[in-house]
Write a protein that binds this ligand. Structure first.
Ligand code: ADP
Ligand code: MG
Length: 249
């Protein structure tokens, strides 16, 4: 599934506390935590995620791996509040998301990157990056300045006026990464972000995510088949048949 872009752009950004060091250990409140979450589809016949507990410390980078159909996307959707669990809870900074305005949480705290970049084809790169900012408190000139700075950060300063069709696949995915950062999220959720890219562009996209995570203190979770993606993570979590099979640092 894909999140509606406009649903990612609802309320104003707020100040936030500085993130802890990557991989901050016991004693740190997780930024986001799934607690024994399960999600079934098709009237319960398909168990996509079964009794999974997974907590991400502020600043941590987790790779989520496992075969196709093992529940990676569903778990990311649960962590990102795009879906609600049938049982269990997802907590964001300790607060159960079931009792919160999930759309506002997504708009201000969470950036999503999907395998297909989902850019609006009729808009320029810079307009695509600005889109999530439209319903924030930023004024037009500030939105434009911020969008251009984000394009610069992803190495596309000279491509702002280009439409998606005028960009390569790797460039489009970098625009999508810039857009995911539009509202200064603290959590970035990327679902097979390199899945449509050749190996050179996949490596570039991955290095970019890792750099942005370090530079901005982001918490990052990436679902991937790509061993190179997983290798850069603080922790690798492997799913099988909807359950966590093993974890290693
Ligand atoms: P992955 O991302 O690891 O490939 P998914 O989370 O997409 O796995 O899917 C896990 C299981 O749940 C699969 O069997 C898939 O077919 C099923 N599933 C996922 N989303 C839906 C849905 N919206 N409706 C029905 N079945 C779904
Ligand atoms: Mg998937």
């Amino acid at each position: 599934m894909s999140a509606s872009i406009l649903s990612l752009a609802r309320s104003a950004p707020t100040a936030r506390t500085a993130p802890a060091a990557p991989g901050a250990g016991a004693g740190t409140q997780p930024l986001v935590a799934a607690e024994r979450v399960s999600r079934r589809f098709e009237s319960g016949r398909v168990a996509a995620v079964v009794d999974v507990s997974l907590a991400l410390a502020p600043g941590e980078y987790v790779a989520l791996t496992g075969p196709s159909g093992c529940g990676k996307s569903t778990l990311l959707h649960l962590l990102g509040t795009l879906e609600r669990p049938d049982s269990g809870a997802v907590r964001y900074r300790g607060t159960d998301c079931a009792g919160t305005d999930a759309a506002a949480l997504r708009a201000t705290r969470i950036g999503f990157v999907f395998q297909a970049c989902h850019l609006i084809p009729t808009l320029s790169a810079v307009d695509n990056v600005e889109l999530p900012m439209l319903e924030t408190r930023w004024r037009a000139a500030e939105r434009r300045r911020r969008a251009l700075a984000l394009l610069d950060a992803v190495g596309l300063a000279d491509r702002g006026a280009h439409r998606p069709s005028q960009l390569s696949g790797g460039q489009r995915q970098r625009v999508a990464i810039a857009r995911a950062l539009a509202n200064e999220p603290e959590l970035v959720i990327a679902d097979e972000p390199t899945g449509n890219l050749d190996s050179a562009n996949a490596a570039r996209c991955l290095a970019l995510l890792a750099d942005l995570r370090r530079a901005r203190g982001l918490t990052l979770i990436v679902a991937t088949h790509d061993a190179a993606v997983a290798a850069g993570a603080d922790r690798i979590v492997r799913l099988r048949d909807g359950r966590i099979e093993n974890e290693r640092a």
